[in-house]
Design a protein around this ligand. Structure first.
Ligand code: TYD
Length: 226
């Protein structure tokens, strides 16, 4: 049974049982660097998708995941080892899959997730320059994914300069990653570009443009899945 979640995605959880004709739901993931506008695009999607679609975020989405999220993103968390950081993201995702994504997809619901496993490859492997961690991410994910491989990944490809400027203009407090260097975010982008096709179909959208222009491409991409 899924527990309610505090915060941004509260309304996502209704009953996870009894939607459809037995078909598995579609799993759509949004990925992108800081300031790529993912959250705004996901917000716009809400009106377009079938009722009962589950919107969630990684890390987070379920109570334990939100607890891990606070810990791993907080600027007060100091001296965290790169492997610990990676395993915390993997742990949050494992719980999100077990508690929310797998049951939702199995009951025929569509799931839209803000970030997923490619974020760990992009940030913890490429951003942190730990290529030796790539097999760790892949192997752990292969064991814990419960069949939750994205059907479609929408990658909002933003130039780090532009993305970081946008992120700094946001009202929310910056997280530990907003304060990384441009070089770090260049590596994150490289990681995404190299691995974008590792899990399901994907599309890369130029996110240096206005929200409206990006939305037109996002809408078209999502229509093609529906
Ligand atoms: P969030 O506020 O969701 O950032 P954004 O609005 O840019 O999506 O914070 C998530 C942060 O966590 C983001 O900086 C990327 C980072 N992250 C990782 O480093 N590894 C991961 O596996 C995930 C899922 C996120």
């Amino acid at each position: 049974m899924t527990r309610p979640v505090r915060g941004l995605y509260d309304e996502q959880i209704t009953s996870l049982s009894g939607t459809s004709n037995g078909a598995r739901g579609k799993f759509i993931v949004f990925e992108g660097g800081e300031g790529s506008g993912k959250s705004a695009q996901v917000e716009r999607l809400r009106g377009m998708l079938p009722r009962g679609t589950v919107f969630t975020r990684d890390p987070g989405g379920v109570e334990t995941g939100e607890d891990i999220r606070r810990l791993v993103l907080s600027k007060d968390t100091r001296g965290i080892d790169t492997a610990t950081e990676l395993l915390l993201f993997m742990a949050a995702r494992t719980q999100l899959i077990a508690e929310l994504v797998a049951p939702a997809l199995e009951s025929g619901k569509m799931v839209v997730c803000d970030r997923f496993v490619l974020s760990t490859i992009a940030y913890q492997v490429y951003g942190r320059q730990k290529m030796e961690y790539l097999p760790l991410v892949k192997n752990v994910f292969a064991i814990v994914n419960r069949g939750c491989i994205p059907d479609f990944t929408i990658f909002l490809n933003v130039s780090p300069q532009i993305g970081l400027e946008r992120a700094h203009l946001r009202l929310e407090a910056p997280n530990r990653f907003d304060e990384e260097t441009v070089a770090f975010h260049e590596r994150v982008r490289e990681g995404y570009t190299k691995h974008i096709n590792d899990y399901g179909r994907s599309i890369s959208i130029n996110a240096d443009r206005s929200l409206e222009e990006v939305w037109q491409d996002v809408e078209r991409a999502v229509q093609s899945i529906l």
